[in-house]
Ligand binder design. Structure first.
Ligand code: PRP
Length: 209
């Protein structure tokens, strides 16, 4: 039987995911000493780990080349896709927030507001719900720059500790939604490897509690 393949989001979620694997008794030696290698194995479990960017984790799981994925709810909300979201892993907790220059009266006036974000879909959904017309400008990183440079009236972005906002003279105007890391599974894999996946989920649930 081929190994179960788990796509893991590189960066912020990586450390906590490895901690979780270690709690499950997985041998994470390769993950700790990965160098530039992108596909690693958990030798004692017949599991392969694929390291990928968040949005690609979803793509690999959707196409079934990875059976499972660990990815933030922020990316799931932004990218959507067809897979099962089976577990809230409880780490990687942060929130989407609407933020901008400290003291600015964002809600006043009737002019169409410009919102900079890495998450245009989340942003549009948020303002649609409010019935507020906005223009979205897509930014790839350090979105906080946009209101500082007066490209936008505000941003919709991830806030974790709040220090990036604070250190740049920005503040939260409104919380949008809380997010955290999720375990997702390919629709076909869930049927094909039902026992193995259910087992793994039970093991994870037991260490999360
Ligand atoms: C995220 C987010 C904020 C920052 C928030 O960026 O876009 O900039 O983290 O974290 P804080 O509330 O703890 O300060 P990230 O570090 O992922 O980098 P990027 O902006 O280059 O994508």
């Amino acid at each position: 039987m081929r190994p179960i393949r788990i796509a893991l989001t590189k960066g912020r979620l990586e450390k906590d995911t490895i901690k979780l694997f270690e709690k499950l008794g997985f041998d994470c030696e390769q993950l700790h000493n990965k160098g530039r290698k992108l596909i690693l194995s958990i030798p004692n479990e017949n599991i392969e780990i694929v390291l990928a960017k968040a949005a690609d984790v979803i793509t690999y799981v959707e196409y079934g080349v990875c059976d499972l994925g660990v990815v933030g709810k922020d990316t799931i909300l932004e990218c959507g896709g067809s897979f099962f979201e089976i577990l809230d892993l409880g780490f990687g907790k942060c929130r989407f927030a609407l933020a901008g220059k400290k003291g600015a009266d964002f809600y006043s006036g009737y002019n169409e507001k410009i919102i900079a974000t890495k998450y245009p879909n989340v942003t549009r959904a948020f303002f649609d719900k409010k019935g507020m017309d906005i223009k979205v400008v897509k930014i790839e990183g350090s979105v906080e720059l946009a209101p500082l440079l007066e490209l936008s009236d505000a941003i919709v972005d991830i806030v974790e500790t709040g220090s990036t906002l604070k250190e740049n003279g920005l503040e939260v105007y409104e919380d949008v939604v809380n997010v955290s890391a999720r375990l997702i599974v390919n629709n076909v894999s869930l049927k094909m490897y039902q026992d193995k996946i259910e087992n793994l989920v039970k093991q994870i649930e037991s260490v999360l509690n």
